[in-house]
Ligand binder design. Structure first.
Ligand code: SF4
Ligand code: SF4
Length: 389
């Protein structure tokens, strides 16, 4: 897939807090840097669909969803540009879009602005661009029928994909159970899943992607990690370029991020050198100590590769349940696409069957108690102990 060089620009604007005036100013600048103005992105009379990352019900301070002030700024700017209608929509992993939006404050902002929050329900089959492995995708009708899609991602670590940024946020373009089916289809292959994510994102191809990294999430992301102040908002017409710049700022090695390998295989450029940077200099924002969600990437010399499967089994992490935190709600077993989670009795702590587990981490993503976290495999734990002794 060929991209115009103009699309491969990323704008980064420093934003030190969610103060409404600061956020609005930064978001105005993101539009100006990207296209001259938001009016050049949102044609007058357009039907706009704003797709924030609405994963599970959590407060704004927990940093699971983009902050409501960013949503508010985007809606106001779409309105100023002359949008005929604006809708906020997503397909959360658990609960409805309205419930997730209510908990984090997006629903209140939407109500004040007179904008509806919708749950993606029915889908439309859309052909994928030539050269993709998938010929078509069944995408939420609200997305397909919009004139302009705005992808609003949150900066978070991710147990399965290492990071969730602009590309991964478009996974919510699938309505309902389709997400679980795609996990099952990809099995334990992060590469397969990443390729599907990239193909889906570039089939939808939002007009612009915006990343809320004022305060992101590190550690047990994307649902139960810790807030991490990063101090910026960023935007681009190209999702892979945006994700690549975010990883450069966060000190995340690109060869550990499955999405970049998939993007490269599909002919999308991922090298930092080819990306035009606009806005504020990124150097003062760079960090080197972001806590990852889990180690699931195994690198090594070429002669290691035939044993990659075994090494991954022994040297990486697997989901584990913390019985002291589990409330037995059953959300994880309901969501598990591999039926790997059992509950001995209603309300009891759940168990994970490692043989069946495909390490999609849907359980970890959705557990409201943060009771599931990646746990280092036996050999990795032993090596770490030896190293520290
Ligand atoms: S692990 Fe979490 S989601 Fe699963 S039953 Fe326990 S509390 Fe609920
Ligand atoms: S147990 Fe968790 S990580 Fe394993 S397949 Fe089920 S949802 Fe995915």
């Amino acid at each position: 897939m060929a991209l115009q060089q103009q699309e491969r620009t990323v704008t980064v604007r420093r934003c030190t807090s969610y103060d409404a005036a600061l956020v609005k100013e930064a978001v105005i600048q993101l539009g100006e840097d990207t296209a001259g103005s938001w009016a050049n992105i949102i044609p007058r009379g357009a039907k706009v669909l704003l797709k924030p990352n609405l994963l599970t019900p959590a407060t704004a301070e927990q940093c699971v969803s983009p902050h409501p002030t960013v949503v508010r700024a985007l809606v106001e700017l779409c309105r100023d540009a002359g949008a005929a209608s604006i809708t906020i929509g997503d397909s959360p992993g658990f609960g409805t879009a309205q419930k997730v939006a209510a908990k984090c404050g997006i629903l209140e902002a939407a109500r004040e602005l007179g904008v509806a929050v919708v749950d993606f329900a029915d889908s439309v089959t859309v052909p994928a661009p030539a050269g993709f492995h998938n010929r078509s995708f069944s995408i939420a009708r609200d997305i397909v029928e919009a004139d302009v899609v705005i992808n609003l991602a949150k900066f978070k670590t991710h147990a399965m994909m290492v990071m969730t940024l602009a590309v991964k946020n478009m996974f919510g373009s699938f309505a309902g159970r389709q997400k679980a089916q795609w996990h099952l289809q990809s099995g334990r292959s992060q590469d397969h899943f990443a390729r599907m994510l990239v193909e889906l994102a570039y089939t939808v191809r939002p007009a612009i992607s915006v990343l809320d990294a004022v305060v992101g999430m590190e550690g047990n992301g994307p649902n139960s990690g810790n807030p991490r102040k990063l101090g910026f908002l960023a935007a681009s017409r190209d999702m892979v370029s945006l994700d690549r710049v975010a990883c450069a700022i966060a000190g995340v090695a690109p060869d550990t991020v499955y999405i970049f390998k998939a993007a490269r295989d599909l002919g999308l450029a991922v090298d930092l050198e080819g990306i035009g940077l606009l806005g504020d200099p990124i150097e003062p924002l760079i960090i080197t100590d972001l806590k990852p969600a889990a180690l699931i990437h195994v690198e090594g010399p070429a002669y290691f590769r035939p044993f990659a499967g075994l090494l991954r089994r022994l040297l990486t992490a697997w989901p584990a349940v913390d019985a002291s935190r589990c409330k037995g709600c059953g959300i994880c077993s309901e969501a598990c696409p591999a039926s790997a989670i059992t509950q001995p009795a209603p309300g009891a702590c759940v168990r994970i069957d490692d043989e069946r587990c495909i390490r999609c981490y849907c359980c970890q993503e959705l557990c409201p108690e943060g009771a599931i976290a990646p746990r280092d495999a036996w050999l990795l734990r032993t090596l770490k102990k030896l190293k520290s002794s």
